[in-house]
Design a protein around this ligand. Sequence first.
Ligand code: GDP
Length: 324
Amino acid sequence: MAATPFELAGRRVFVAGHRGMVGSALVRRLSGERCQVLVAPRAELDLLDRHAVDAWFDRARPDAVFLAAAKVGGILANSSYPYEFIHENLAIALNVIDAAHRFGVAKLLFLGSSCIYPKLAPQPITEESLLTGPLEPTNEPYAIAKIAGLKLVESLRRGHGSDFISVMPTNLYGPGDNYDPEASHVVAALIRRFHEAKLRNDPQVVVWGTGTPRREFLHVDDLADASVHLMKVYSGACALNIGTGEDVTIAEFARQVAATVGYRGRIVFDAEKPDGTPRKLLDVSKLAALGWRARIALPEGLRLAYASFRAEHPEIGRAPAVRA
Ligand code: GDP
């Protein structure tokens, strides 16, 4: 097994999924590491095609891999396209992890997701909760594919001594987020909705659910920083939680988004819309013991996210928008 700390300097480091929110944050973060960052445009490399992935690894010969490529989406997308979610995520995990193994990659970090924990896991959720109960049915196909990825990594470590690791990020937000109202998660959804309401001078903004569920939010630049840190210092079989260790109610969160955007109208809650799980908070004590904690507090993270939203989507709010 490779020794820790694992040095990134001078290495060829492949970021799979570099166009996504997580992959692009990793590319930004790795630019400060004196390593050679490798990316593969989709037109050049289809991660669903095993032969293409093999050929790419054979040619590029990365020393390290961050596997951030995945088909992701909100509750609606997951329940509308269950086959695509399980099939694509299984294929990406199998093709990339297996090629990394066969082409001699020294270290790989696979990104799981906190939604792979059982629906009713005790809070805060420890790493030991994995596979202790039924999953949330709406994203079960996605979760099963991600669990399979974790098990590929764990089995290679056990059976072949590979220094491959996995991490489980909590709810993420930041540059490159998806602001499509049908597919977005709550951070992107509310940034957009409050922004549009401000531009239209709407007297009120509707927030889904009762406002009482609690969620933990991690800025994607913090995730990238934690991932690079763990790539260097962690070599273990346990898939580690990455989060802030703090959560807020959706009502409080909505007030923070309104303040960030500068919206002064009323906030109302539509209890007809689903709340989802009452609480989702990761236990981050293992991560803390390895010397990492989140640096971007929520108010600052929201300020950054609002700035990147406006830079990435100058068109939103200009044309007459659909009311939420
Ligand atoms: P979850 O963490 O898997 O439940 O994912 P979401 O980010 O989609 O939802 C988190 C919480 O925010 C849930 O309680 C939602 O009901 C609530 N929420 C409030 N307004 C919205 C919205 O406009 N879009 C989304 N996706 N969630 C919202």
